[in-house]
Design a protein around this ligand. Structure first.
Ligand code: FE2
Ligand code: FE2
Length: 249
């Protein structure tokens, strides 16, 4: 069944989600200039080469899940402009999964097994059924990924192939997060009690959705960013997400 407002009744040209979609359209070919010949000997310090493959492999696992979540949201969504935005997100996540997996294969000959990480998120999303629950978890994780992608780019270097892939993916994810923030802001503006749902959901699933202590330690160790500073950066990113949604217009 088509979950969408009757197409002939749709008027979307001024919609915020459509403006976000248009931004994504102009960036649709960002990966076309990547030089894959760099993969076998990337411009990454020697001692970080294995780590680059492991992190790319982990991202490939998580991006497949992100693609499936976006597809589930797309199928459930009734709003035309948000629906095409989610369709674009499915395509973005497919590209991310492809590029990270391709990097691991070309650099290492194989993708490292990170199915445990994937399972953790998989189990969480299996427990959710409502559109808003899935969308909120999905977009909160994307917001956390923004900080992690920044760390990967600065650690591996902007000129490295892996750094360029994370930079392109970061731009897509920032747009996905903006789309989610716009969606939840509209919901809060329509119904102020809706904020209780947001706060309760994020608190209930904090152990899955927030970057945990061991992940922060791991990020700090390889990036050499001070643990306390890194912890504050991640906390600030997570807090600003909810603050942006709840901020008065
Ligand atoms: Fe992604
Ligand atoms: Fe995304």
């Amino acid at each position: 069944m088509l979950n969408c407002t009757k197409i002939c009744d749709v008027s979307f040209l001024e919609d915020t989600h459509y403006q976000t979609y248009l931004k994504g359209k102009s960036q649709a070919l960002w990966d076309s200039g990547l030089d894959w010949s760099m993969a076998s000997d990337d411009l990454v310090p020697e001692h970080l080469k294995c780590l680059a493959v492991d992190i790319a492999s982990m991202s490939a696992h998580v991006e497949v899940l992100g693609m499936q979540n976006a597809a589930e949201l797309l199928a459930k969504c009734e709003d035309f402009s948000l629906k095409i935005g989610l369709g674009q997100a499915v395509n973005d996540e497919a590209r991310h999964a492809e590029l990270f997996a391709k990097y691991a294969l070309l650099a290492n000959g194989a993708i490292s097994d990170c199915s445990k990480t994937q399972e953790l998120y998989d189990n969480h999303f299996d427990s959710l059924s409502e559109f808003d629950e899935i969308f909120l978890s999905h977009v909160f994780l994307e917001n956390g990924a923004l900080e992690q992608f920044n760390i990967f780019i600065s650690t591996f270097g902007e000129d490295s192939l892996i750094g360029q892939i994370y930079k392109g993916a970061l731009q897509d994810e920032a747009r996905h997060v903006q789309m989610g923030i716009n969606y939840f802001r509209q919901k809060v503006q329509q119904q102020s009690s809706y904020r209780d749902f947001l706060v309760t959901h994020l608190n209930t699933y904090q152990s899955v959705l927030h970057v945990n202590e061991s992940a922060i330690r791991w990020l700090s160790e390889f990036s050499r960013i001070d643990l306390e500073l890194l912890s504050q950066r991640i906390e600030k990113r997570q807090a600003s997400f909810i603050n942006k949604i709840l901020a008065e217009v």
